[in-house]
Each structure stands twice: as structure tokens, then as C-alpha cells.
Design a protein around this ligand. Structure first.
Ligand SMILES: Nc1nc2c(ncn2[C@@H]2O[C@H](COP(=O)(O)OP(=O)(O)OP(=O)(O)O)[C@@H](O)[C@H]2O)c(=O)[nH]1
Length: 361
């Protein structure tokens, strides 16, 4: 295939606040039965890109991860070279880019529009924002139509949310199962006011058909360019906007890794009393009572799920990897608390005699 001679590949960029349901959407699209062959690029903030591993049902070839940085600032060159390499190596119908929950969609979109080598192969097709309707309802101030100061992550992160809403073609109002119906009307009208142009879909577990977000031809550069968000971002870029990965928007993250399993009761008790500041945790862990099981942990705002998500395969090295994201995290204290939940070598009650309060399926 010679560059420029082939059709350009449509690109969908998925952004959204931490834990809103982006990975849920990506998994759904990868499993699409509409016949699209989709390549996925994920960018997670955290030392380990657990998102890439949590994207299920895909071979390694389908999922590229850009770890250790935020594609919205530091990784734009990597993004450009990864996507051009991908187009050289493989034939696929659509590219799906999952931005981390703190990435602003603007610079990612810009790479596809302004980088010549990228624009030769790709066409920016759809900007999707996944909004946590439950979090939005809890943290939005109806008086000002803006997120409250207390909203998770504070003002700066709240501004990212506003950007994500203003700067999209398709908006999923996700987690509708958690919000009373009449409240949803209120949330939708606020969102509609912020973003009159986008198609808004109310979803539970990001349940939209692939056609809603792939190859829609909805991206309208002229409309976006006229939007307030775009102008503000251009002005900020002019003033040398940058933020530091790992502490972007006042948010920091770290990954807890160990090959020693958790004592089920101790770890469960720890999960009952989350340390302050953590508003997102995800990954997988080992439980001493179930050495063959991959246990998943997913906490977004008030909802926590922890339970089996698969079995370790013979080539795996069973390891706990939990990413914590939050504001003013006391990393050292959290690590110590987690260490105290691990089973000790020797001297313990035999594993089979421990009670295990976690769900089995
Ligand atoms: N109740 C409910 N839970 C949901 C819904 N959609 C997703 N979740 C859960 O919310 C948690 C976070 O979902 P993810 O898809 O991992 O969110 P994300 O946006 O990829 O998270 P980050 O990449 O960390 O920003 C998971 O436990 C999901 O199962 C929904 O519609 N309703």
C-alpha cells in the first residue's frame, strides 16, 4: 500500500471522566457483530497500563498501549508514530483511541488533523465522550451549570469534563441505571445546553451499537473550531500549556504490585474503609484462597466491584497490579496498609481454612 493512495482510515476518539465507562465501551465495540475490524490504542495514566490488559477478548495485536504519559501532552509524537506504524503493518477498518480519564480530547484530535503523516492515513471521524451520569448528577451545580468545586479532582479536572462535553460529536450519558429517571432529564438538559450539536445517547454499560461511534462521518472540524473550548485551548497552547504526567490536574496515581496474595478477610476489611483521596482504583489481584483465579477490582466513585474475571494461564506470572488514582494520595500509607493485608510466609492459618467473603462468579 502506498501512502496517500489508499482510503483513509476513520478514527474514533473516546474520552470521558475517570471511571465513566470508556473501557466498557471499547470492549463492547471490539466484540461488535457489525463486522468492523477495529484496532485500539489505549492511553492510561499509571505506571502500568492496566486498561490494555482489561480490554478483553482481543489479541495483543489489536490493542496498542501508550503507557507512562498522557497522550494529550507528552506523548503526541509517540501517538503519531504508533498510529502510522500500525497502518503500515496491518489492515483494519477503524481505529479507536481511548484517552485516559484526565486527557483533554483537543490535543489528541489535533494530532490526527494537523500531523501530515498521520492525516495521510487517517481521517478523524467521531469524537465520543462518555459521561458518568451518576457522578455528574452528584457533582454538578444546577445553579451555575458547572461542576461544583467539590467535584472529584477539583476545579481543573472539572474543566476537563467541560471540554470533553463541549468537544464531541457523540455523547454517551452512561450509568443511567444508577440515576432516577426524572433526574436524568435534568442532566440531559444541562448537557444539551453545553453541547447542542452532539448526538446524546442514554446508556447502561455503554450499550450502543458499533455504528453509533464508528465511521459516522460526524466530526466537523469547522464546527469544533468555532467552539469556545477550541478557542480557549488555542489560547492556552499559545501560553505554553503543559502539565506533568502523574500529577496532571492535581491528580496523581501509582501502581501497587506484588506476587504475594492477599488474605481475603483482611483485604475485604481494607476495602470497606477506603483511604481518603482515592477516587479511582482498578486492576487485578491475587487471593490466597484462589490461586488460579484472576480477581478484578474496579472502583469508580461510589461503586466498587471486586470478583473473579478469569483464570491465570500457564504462561502468566500471577501478580497483583492495582492502580490508584486520586488527589493528594498518601501513597506510602496506602502501600503499608495493603502490605498488611498480604498473607505472611509460613505461620498462617492454612489457606483452605480461611473464610473468603468475595463473590465466586
Ligand atoms: N452501574 C453501572 N456501572 C458501570 C456502567 N458502565 C460502566 N460501569 C462500571 O464502572 C466501572 C468503570 O468502568 P470503565 O469502563 O473501566 O471506566 P473507564 O472510563 O474506562 O475508566 P478509566 O479508564 O479509569 O478512566 C467498572 O466497574 C464498570 O463495570 C453502567 O452503565 N452502570
Amino acid at each position: 500500500m502506498t501512502a496517500g493512495s489508499a482510503e483513509t482510515i476513520p478514527v474514533t476518539i473516546v474520552s470521558g471522566t475517570l471511571g465513566a465507562g470508556k473501557t466498557t465501551l471499547v470492549n463492547r465495540i471490539l466484540e461488535n457483530d457489525a463486522g468492523y475490524d477495529v484496532a485500539v490504542l489505549v492511553n492510561d495514566m499509571g505506571e502500568v497500563n492496566v486498561d490494555a490488559e482489561l480490554v478483553a477478548g482481543s489479541t495483543d495485536d489489536d490493542v496498542i498501549d501508550l503507557t507512562n504519559g498522557c497522550i494529550c501532552c507528552r506523548l503526541q509524537d509517540d501517538l503519531a508514530s504508533e498510529v502510522t506504524r500500525l497502518a503500515d503493518e496491518r489492515v483494519f477498518d477503524c481505529l479507536l483511541v481511548e484517552a485516559s480519564g484526565i486527557s483533554e480530547p483537543f490535543p489528541i484530535a489535533r494530532t490526527f488533523v494537523e500531523n501530515d503523516a498521520v492525516a495521510e492515513r487517517y481521517r478523524l471521524d467521531t469524537m465520543v465522550s462518555v459521561l458518568d451520569a451518576y457522578g455528574f448528577w452528584k457533582e454538578f451545580d444546577p445553579e451555575t451549570n458547572r461542576p461544583t468545586e467539590q467535584a472529584a479532582g477539583g476545579r481543573e479536572l472539572a474543566d476537563v469534563l467541560v471540554d470533553q462535553v463541549e468537544f464531541c460529536d457523540v455523547l454517551l450519558l452512561n450509568k443511567c441505571d444508577l440515576v432516577p429517571h426524572d433526574e436524568l432529564d435534568g442532566v440531559e438538559s444541562v448537557v444539551r445546553e453545553m453541547q447542542p450539536r452532539a448526538g446524546i445517547h442514554r446508556t447502561t454499560h455503554a450499550d450502543v451499537p458499533a455504528e453509533t461511534v464508528l465511521d459516522t462521518n460526524l466530526f466537523d472540524f469547522d464546527a469544533i473550531r468555532r467552539s469556545a473550548g477550541w478557542k480557549r485551548r488555542l489560547a492556552e497552547d499559545h501560553h505554553g500549556h503543559d502539565h506533568d504526567h502523574g500529577n496532571a490536574h492535581g491528580v496523581s496515581s501509582f501502581c501497587y504490585e506484588t506476587t504475594r496474595p492477599f488474605h481475603p478477610e483482611r483485604f475485604e476489611a481494607w476495602m470497606d474503609e477506603w483511604p481518603p483521596g482515592v477516587y479511582r482504583a482498578k486492576g487485578f489481584f491475587l487471593l490466597s484462597t484462589r490461586p488460579e483465579t484472576v480477581m478484578g477490582l474496579n472502583r469508580a466513585g461510589p461503586s466498587v466491584t471486586a470478583g473473579p474475571i478469569g483464570r491465570w494461564q500457564p504462561d502468566d506470572e500471577p501478580t497483583t497490579r492495582l492502580v490508584f488514582i486520586g488527589a493528594e494520595l498518601d501513597e506510602e500509607a496506602i502501600r503499608e496498609q495493603l502490605d498488611a493485608c498480604l498473607v505472611e510466609d509460613g505461620a498462617e492459618v492454612p489457606t483452605e481454612e480461611l473464610s473468603d467473603p468475595f463473590p465466586t462468579a
